[in-house]
Write a protein that binds this ligand. Structure first.
Ligand SMILES: Cc1cc2nc3c(=O)[nH]c(=O)nc-3n(C[C@H](O)[C@H](O)[C@H](O)COP(=O)(O)O)c2cc1C
Length: 180
């Protein structure tokens, strides 16, 4: 027996997910948001796609600057990640700082990189297309860096990913540490 899934729950079929932090800077404003809709879309050249709601502050900053970073945080930074994912950046000059995350510009692009990121990508937008209430940004990965824990794959010795399990089950935390 299958029951029909209402359209507003379709994205929840993808949970649990490891959300990333998308950051962007324009005109001195630093934005950041959590994103579960971020995937690799080309291996060679290396490209990523991210769907960003058009009303988000980070959307404006990505649109205006044409670049962004994709950053991974470990579970021990959960409180900071949750702030980034659940608080609007409207009127905030530096949302990473507001979340308690110090940062520096990337090595190849001037995109903000949290000092505590375990890995990050510096990305330049190649094209974008509005898709319903989101805009899909396809971007070239200009540079990518990761801590020692990443070799050919993640070894999960120091990095414990954040798993987002959704809001549907009130008896469960929405974020759980992923362990092998
Ligand atoms: C687990 C999780 C995943 C999210 N994924 C996305 C996403 O893929 N795209 C998106 O537009 N918003 C996503 N959001 C929502 C934004 O991160 C959130 O609304 C954020 O506060 C926007 O900040 P801003 O308005 O300062 O840019 C997600 C939130 C959470 C908690």
């Amino acid at each position: 027996m299958y029951k029909e899934v209402p359209h507003e729950r379709v994205h929840r079929l993808f949970y649990p997910v490891i959300p990333v932090i998308i950051t962007a800077e324009h005109g001195g404003t630093i934005g950041a948001m959590m994103a579960s809709s971020c995937i690799p879309i080309s291996l060679n050249p290396s490209m990523v796609g991210v769907a960003i709601m058009t009303t988000h502050t980070t959307h404006r900053l990505v649109k205006e600057s044409g670049q962004f970073a994709v950053c991974w945080l470990s579970y021990d930074k959960l409180d900071k990640a949750v702030y980034v994912g659940e608080t609007s950046g409207v009127g905030v000059q530096d949302k990473l700082k507001a979340a308690g995350l110090s940062h520096k510009p990337g090595r190849k692009l001037p995109v903000p990189i949290p000092d505590e990121a375990v890995a990050w990508l510096e990305c330049k937008v190649a094209w974008s297309r509005v898709s319903g209430d989101h805009e899909l940004f396809a971007a070239d990965v200009v540079a990518a860096y990761a801590q020692e824990d990443f070799g050919e794959y993640w070894r999960f010795e120091n990095y414990t990913p954040i798993f987002y399990v959704g809001k549907a089950r009130p008896d469960t935390s929405r974020y759980v540490p992923f362990r092998l």
